[in-house]
Design a protein around this ligand. Structure first.
Ligand code: PXL
Length: 273
């Protein structure tokens, strides 16, 4: 049987993030993608006003039971933006609906540029640590890493020793592999550190002149899809970074709320060959 991946994150109806990126992107990687929406929002929370937010935590146990009644199991779980009280039911579902050897990929979506996203309490990073414990892969950005570790966030003027210390401390949360994004030791280059707990490898691309919303979700979705296509963690991270570097210039400047990942799907298919 072909592998099935379950991704758990919100549906922001408008905004090109979370499930509206993960479902098309992982499907384009050739992987059957099952979804569990953590919440339904009218838009994402970064820059839109008056967004609606419908938390679906209460539906998770019944969805799990329905899947168990039908004998449905998953080969991979990829979690993204989840709600405050959702970690225990998600852990329960992952425990019960795992096929043999299932992998857990956790993107601890909660913060960027030194700040938590609107709506998350100061306790949320502690809760997110529980999802990272036992994960096969975690993909925090530098801000999320600092929140997970309860440390001050350093976004510049750091060195290799700082990054390698952060990676090492992230492993102590109970994650087997750490992919730390947003790492830069040279103003012209931006990339990620990929660690299996024994050695750290770096992947860098030329830094683009602008950043965009939704690039973290595109990175994690491509990473998950590429990993399911039997790429190593380092190869999957490098392909994911290449996809982001193609998507940003394909996005018009006035398109402020997300990246036009649709335009680079053919390139993604090529990158996976
Ligand atoms: O892209 C991360 C993300 C996902 N989901 C929602 C968000 C954000 C970032 O702001 O608001 C609802």
């Amino acid at each position: 049987m072909d592998k099935k991946l379950l991704t758990i994150q919100d549906i922001s109806c408008f905004g090109q993030c979370s499930l509206t990126v993960a479902l098309p992107v992982i499907s384009a990687c050739g992987i059957e993608t099952v979804i569990l929406p953590s919440a339904v929002l009218s838009t994402h929370t970064a820059g839109f006003k008056n967004y609606t937010f419908h938390d679906l935590t209460a539906d998770i146990p019944a969805i799990e039971k329905s899947w168990l009644d039908n004998g449905l199991k998953f080969d991979a779980f990829y979690t993204g933006y989840v709600c405050e009280e959702q970690i225990p039911p998600i852990l329960h579902l992952m425990e019960n609906c795992a096929a043999e050897g299932a992998v857990r990929i956790v993107d601890p979506v909660m913060a960027d540029n030194g700040k938590l996203y609107p709506g998350f309490s100061a306790d949320f990073p502690q809760k997110m640590c529980k999802l990272c414990d036992g994960a096969d892969y975690i993909l925090p950005n530098l801000t999320e890493a600092a929140f997970l570790l309860g440390e001050e966030c350093r976004l510049e003027n750091y060195d290799v020793a700082y990054i390698e210390g952060v990676v090492k401390r992230l492993h102590t949360l109970g994650a087997k592999n750490v992919i730390l994004t947003g790492v830069s030791f040279d103003p012209g280059l931006l990339g990620c550190a990929v660690s299996d707990g024994n050695s750290i490898e770096y992947d860098f691309n030329p830094r683009l002149s602008r950043s965009s919303h939704g690039t973290g979700d595109l990175f994690a979705s491509v990473f998950a899809g590429a990993l399911m296509r039997e790429k190593t963690a380092f190869e999957a991270a490098a392909i994911a970074a290449d996809a982001v570097c193609l998507a940003i210039p394909a996005t018009p400047e006035e398109h402020w709320y997300g990246v036009c990942f649709e335009k680079i799907i053919p390139d993604l298919v090529e990158l996976l060959k």
